[in-house]
Design a protein around this ligand. Structure first.
Ligand SMILES: Cc1cc2nc3c(=O)[nH]c(=O)nc-3n(C[C@H](O)[C@H](O)[C@H](O)COP(=O)(O)OP(=O)(O)OC[C@H]3O[C@@H](n4cnc5c(N)ncnc54)[C@H](O)[C@@H]3O)c2cc1C
Length: 461
């Protein structure tokens, strides 16, 4: 194995001095993502290390050259997009090479007739969306992190955003892609909406968290800028009443661009608020709005007056802007003894209310605060937030409560995470999540990446 210094020197020969960063501040920034201290169980510490260097390739050829070198000298690679992942998927666990895709941010082609856009993987979502607006188009993926997250990162976690109720997750919008495999070869899949010609290998990379290769280029489905948008805020007396309304409007075929439902206060038996929005063709959106509001009124909803829903919509990216301005604040969250963690699970709709009741009881029995719960984009995607204050013991108790809850998810026929990926944090749950199929995934990983260089330690692989 070449010495570390030798590897950095060879990277400089390949990419040029300016594209190989070794400044400690850059190494520190790229060692970690947005996983915060308070969400890590003290008994299962996740300890980031400084990478050897951060390289910033300019094109696919340079990515291939870096991957071939890393494979030759057996140094791990960590693909890095916006670094906004919440599970430690972009964290460096052993000293390796971080491949930051930020220079590969070109919008290569917008085809307004076919409703597609071909972009490089390092493009930030907000930049892509802004370029599309010039052609009367927009992205269908609109997470909180629109201003920070990249196309490659959001495909790699199969991220979900506000418009997911209408357009689905980021992965569903990928028509075709180009990726560099762990030994340096290229994998290209054609950009078509549907094929019946064998396995579609784009699925190696959608949700793949950089473990099967580095995405370099993607062709995405994009959408016309809507003619109209309507937003509502509705209050229900109980979580169950609003939940039933969400089930009703979903069954009726409504596809809201905003469906964000949750407890109004920390009292889980108190009222809940549903933010609901529709956009698109004026006639179609008005019809959906009318059906959905009827469903809500039939379940006893009261519409909240004023600008509440409009404010909610306008401010949906502000947390991510704060994160981008001060990354260490989020990383250090919990060091002040205020620990909180989120659970975002996918369940059969019929099991959501039972699971919620079990979660409330579990939190009470373990002395953990049940701070809020809710639905996002539809009745099957359920989230809750638990909290506990104190030292490492409290952090451990919170982690145990979250772990116990996630263990129960499979008994309900669910999945332990619906949008943030696995990273390191949820890796211990993958054996239960996938059963014997995890070994199939590991075999695939060993076949493609025999030297185990591509983002090792992630996804439970
Ligand atoms: C305040 C806040 C709000 C958030 N809101 C949402 C939300 O609304 N919805 C949601 O789904 N998530 C949300 N997240 C999580 C995060 O934004 C997503 O996980 C996002 O998809 C990560 O994109 P990124 O570009 O930052 O990727 P990174 O964090 O850099 O990387 C994520 C994973 O993708 C891999 N990767 C990155 N680029 C590539 C590439 N080109 N090829 C192969 N692998 C690659 C990395 O190695 C890592 O495994 C939020 C996070 C924060 C901090």
């Amino acid at each position: 194995m070449a010495g570390y210094a030798g590897t950095i020197g060879r990277l400089v020969d390949l990419l040029g001095r300016a594209a190989v960063l070794t400044d400690p501040a850059e190494l520190d920034l790229h060692a970690w993502d947005a996983l915060s201290h308070g969400r890590i169980h003290p008994a299962h510490p996740i300890v980031p290390v400084h990478p050897l260097c951060v390289c910033i390739p300019a094109d696919t050829d340079e990515v291939q050259a870096v991957v071939r070198l890393a494979n030759e000298v057996r140094v791990p690679l960590v693909p890095y997009g916006g670094g906004s992942g919440l599970m430690g998927a972009a964290a460096s666990l052993t000293p390796g090479i971080v491949v930051d895709l930020r220079r590969m941010d070109a919008i290569l082609e917008i085809d307004a007739d076919s409703l597609t856009a071909r972009v490089q993987a390092g493009a930030v979502l907000e930049t892509v969306d802004a370029a599309l607006r010039g052609s009367g188009l927009m992205l269908g993926h609109d997470p909180w992190t629109l201003p920070v997250a990249t196309v490659g990162g959001t495909v790699s976690t199969d991220s979900l955003g506000y418009r997911g109720g209408k357009y689905d997750s980021m992965g569903r919008q990928v028509l075709g892609l180009e990726a560099v495999l762990p030994q340096g070869e290229l994998c290209r899949t054609p950009a078509v909406s549907k094929r019946s010609t064998g396995l579609d290998l784009k699925h190696l990379f959608i949700g793949g968290e950089g473990c099967f290769g580095i995405l370099t280029e993607l062709t995405l489905r994009v959408f016309p800028v809507p003619e109209t948008r309507s937003l509502h805020a509705l209050r229900f007396d109980s979580f169950a009443a609003g939940f039933e309304a969400v089930c009703d409007l979903t069954r009726a075929g409504c596809r809201p661009i905003l469906l964000d439902y949750g407890d109004e206060t920390e009292d889980p038996d108190g009222p809940s608020i549903l933010y609901l929005g529709f956009e698109g063709n004026a006639h179609l959106a008005a019809a959906e709005e009318s059906v959905a509001l009827d469903a809500c009124l039939r379940r006893g909803a009261g519409e909240l007056a004023g600008e509440r829903a409009g404010r909610f919509w306008r401010e949906r990216h502000s947390t991510a802007r704060r994160f981008a301005a001060n990354r260490s604040e989020r990383r250090n969250r919990g060091r002040d003894g205020v620990h909180q963690d989120w659970v975002h699970v996918a369940l059969p709709a019929s099991q959501v209310l039972t699971f919620r009741r079990e979660a409330i009881a579990l939190a009470a029995a373990r002395g953990v605060r049940f701070r809020e719960s809710g639905l996002w984009t539809g009745p099957e995607l359920f989230s809750l937030r638990l909290a506990k204050e104190g030292g490492d013991r409290a952090r451990a108790e919170l982690g145990d409560a979250v772990g116990a809850l996630l263990e129960r998810v499979h008994a309900y026929g669910g999945s332990v995470e619906y949008c943030h990926g696995v990273g390191v944090k949820l890796a211990p749950f993958m054996a239960r999540e996938h059963g014997p199929s995890l070994e199939l995934m590991r075999s695939l990983k060993r076949f493609l990446d025999p030297n185990g260089i591509m983002n090792p330690g992630k996804l439970g692989l």
